[in-house]
Design a protein around this ligand. Structure first.
Ligand code: GLN
Length: 263
């Protein structure tokens, strides 16, 4: 959808095809809304913040400043883990989502895997407020527990043992923060920035996951451009991990790594 199509579907609460099948002139108030959305966009605000929602894996998510906009490439992460867990065909799953943000991964897991429960951790109370609303919108309240906690503390303290861990942690190197597109710069730095080489969070998540995964538990994480080798190496030195696999996003770039614990 073009920006204008998206704005109009939000203002008129209709689908894209409705815009063309049932066209009608805008009221004065609708025109004012459209003009305001266009000028916010021209000032560099992400379209999803302006309309207040986005779609991820076919589900609707409320978003706004203070929460990362779910990305299409993150759907690959969700998809890879869903396929793996469906193939395992267990009766129930306990999944950990580290840095849940809008809740897009936790909620998608809950929707797609009937017998799963998800513990979703985030350090940001503002992000969790969105995640909680999104759980309501997507009607998976009973399957998800949110915890406001720094991941470092959570992993140390938790008594849970998980069947799977999923995470799309911050992975932008500090020096690259200044070169991000204008709209990405309006997203929370907390959700993006990950130290000098962008690997800060993986160095913690990969080894500490071994401690909180059940036998045969699976860890799946998204990573950034050019980080595949270092991620593979990190798994190799924190192992033993089995079945380490790297998957590409829809643009053909390595984007997700998944591995199963071997003890
Ligand atoms: N899990 C959320 C997402 O994938 C938030 C990730 C983040 O804030 N780094 O969109």
């Amino acid at each position: 959808m073009t920006d204008d199509e998206l704005f109009l579907t939000a203002i008129l609460n209709c689908s894209r095809s409705d815009l063309y099948l049932h066209p009608r002139p805008l009221t004065v108030q609708e025109q004012v809304q459209l003009d305001e959305m266009r000028s916010r966009r021209a000032a560099g605000e992400p379209v999803q913040y302006i309309v207040g929602f986005t779609e991820f894996f076919g589900y609707r998510f409320e978003v706004g400043p203070d929460v990362l906009v779910p990305r299409p490439e993150t759907e690959v992460l969700a998809d890879v883990l869903i396929r793996e867990l469906k193939a395992q065909n267990k009766k129930e799953y306990l999944i950990l989502d580290i840095g849940t943000g809008s809740g897009c991964l936790a909620i998608t897991m809950a929707k797609e895997l009937a017998h799963c429960r998800v513990v979703a951790v985030d350090i940001s109370p503002k992000a969790l407020a969105y995640a909680r609303r999104n759980v309501g919108i997507n009607k998976v309240v009973d399957q998800i527990e949110f915890i406001e906690r720094d991941m470092f503390w959570f992993m140390d303290e938790t008594a849970h043992r998980f069947d799977a861990i999923i995470s799309n942690p911050p992975y932008i190197p500090t020096a690259a923060m200044g070169t991000l597109p204008m709209d990405v710069k309006q997203e929370p730095e907390l959700a993006l920035q990950a130290g000098p080489d962008g690997l800060h969070f993986y160095r913690f998540i990969v080894p500490s996951s071994r401690r909180v995964l059940k036998d045969q538990g699976v860890l799946a994480v998204e990573f950034g451009d050019g980080q595949a080798k270092e991620l593979q190496n990190l798994f190799a030195i924190t192992g033993p991990w089995d079945k380490i696999q790297t998957c590409n996003d829809n643009a053909g770039r390595p984007r997700v790594i998944m591995a199963q614990i071997a003890r």
